[in-house]
Design a protein around this ligand. Structure first.
Ligand SMILES: *Cc1c(COP(=O)(O)O)cnc(C)c1O
Length: 408
């Protein structure tokens, strides 16, 4: 027996003891990778998913302002009850065209957020007749969707495709769904999608690909993971978010028409929520123009150069400190330091040096793998990366990073 205040106090104390308390920081202003935090001076941030620096692009701001005059601020209703506008429909047509080379008879469905899209996907494509076979490190929204789904959930160790094959072979249900991220959000590594698609074909499964961190970045035109691997199959169920590289908000699911029709009819996370503001859908057209045009091409080239610079500058520092910096070519570079206290002390030390990086701790990542998740943006300059490398080297040299915080 306990009261609510007792229960909540105990939960808070347990979080504090394990260095797992989380807090939000209030941002006063953002200009590219420079953030002004309430009560602090300006910081260079390496924590954003605004990879192409589109969220403040003048053409996109202008497009959103004009779209708000055309459509107003809110949609006023759910998609099935009057909230579905021409702006939503035209965006879906364009997003379907973007994936048409990779998925036959493709249609697209636009959602208010990626979290909702994944809830709808997992529940609609995970009925009691299905086994869901998923990578251990898929995004929390896919995990939550899979927990809500009626089907059986089976998890394979990260990137262990032989284990995935065994789980598919052993599935007792008539239907099978294979589920993965393309670029894993906390590790920055890329799933072997051709191999997973071959498994899907062999075991007559659908393959769900969450491309939240690939859309806009992967592929010559920025169309994402399917373009990167030049895959083509009616088994592909492609999901991408539009609040990260695309700089606006929302998400899209692309799949063949029969699957999209099933989502519209049974995806509760699509049906029972107010349609997102049509102005956002209209502004996203400009975002897609920028991603596939010169702006996007140049941003992707810049990001690749920054990634190379960061790896070169940080590998020696990581080695000296005994941390792990996996080799990555994309925007996400995890600096894995191990315990929560070290990650927090490092983040604090970097902030004192004008740099803002999130310390990512369990349960977001596995226990003992706390890390600084470094994410690069086209808004960064080479000098910013240099500054980060010097600050980390400085912290390692002072030993600041190692003295663990006093235990309560
Ligand atoms: C961010 C993210 C989501 C959720 O998308 P939102 O639009 O932010 O709700 C889903 N999957 C992955 C891999 C993500 O990184």
């Amino acid at each position: 027996m306990c009261t609510w205040p007792e229960y909540l106090e105990r939960a808070a104390a347990a979080r504090a003891e394990r260095q797992m308390q989380r807090q939000r920081r209030e941002v006063d202003a953002v200009d590219g990778a420079r953030y002004a935090l309430a009560g602090a001076s300006s910081l260079v941030a390496f924590g954003s998913n605004d990879y192409l620096a589109l969220s403040h692009h003048p053409a996109l701001r202008q497009a959103l302002a004009e779209a708000a005059w055309r459509w107003g601020t809110g949609s006023g209703a759910s998609h099935l009850l009057g909230g579905h506008t021409r702006a939503h429909a035209e965006l879906e047509t364009r997003l379907a065209q973007w994936q048409a080379a990779y998925i036959p008879q493709v249609r697209a469905l636009y959602f208010g957020t990626g979290y909702l899209a994944n809830l709808a996907l997992m529940t609609a494509l995970g009925p009691a007749e299905a086994t869901l076979v998923a990578d251990k490190r898929i995004h929390a929204s896919l995990v939550d969707g899979a927990r809500l789904a009626a089907g059986v959930l089976r998890i394979y160790p990260h990137a262990d495709y032989a284990a995935a094959e065994r789980l598919l072979a052993r599935a007792q249900t008539p239907l099978r769904l294979l589920v993965t991220d393309s670029v894993f959000s906390m590790d920055g590594d890329l799933a072997d999608l051709p191999r997973l698609l071959a498994l899907a074909e062999r075991f007559d499964a659908l393959l769900v690909v969450d491309d939240a961190h690939g859309f806009g970045l992967l592929g010559a035109q920025g169309r994402g993971a399917l373009e990167h691997f030049a895959l083509r199959s009616p088994r592909l169920v492609y999901m991408a978010t539009l609040g990260k590289a695309a700089g606006v908000a929302g998400a899209v699911v692309c799949a063949r028409a029969q699957i999209i029709d099933h989502l519209v009819n049974t995806g509760r996370a699509y049906i029972y929520t107010t349609a997102s503001p049509p102005a956002l859908a209209q502004a996203l057209q400009t975002s897609l123009d920028l991603i596939e045009g010169d702006y996007g091409q140049q941003a992707r080239v810049r990001l690749r150069a920054l990634a190379q610079q960061l790896q070169q500058a940080l590998q020696p520092v990581a080695a000296r400190a005994g941390w792990t910096l996996p080799v990555r070519k994309g925007a996400i570079h995890p600096l894995i330091v191990g315990d929560n206290a070290t990650a927090l002390r490092l983040a604090a030390g970097l902030e004192a040096r004008g740099l803002w990086l999130p310390a990512v701790r369990p349960p977001t990542v596995a226990a003992g793998t706390a890390r600084l998740r470094i994410s690069l943006s086209a808004a960064h300059h080479p000098a910013d990366v240099q500054r980060l490398a010097e600050a980390l080297a400085d912290l390692v040299a002072c030993g600041d990073a190692f003295s663990s915080a006093p235990r309560p």
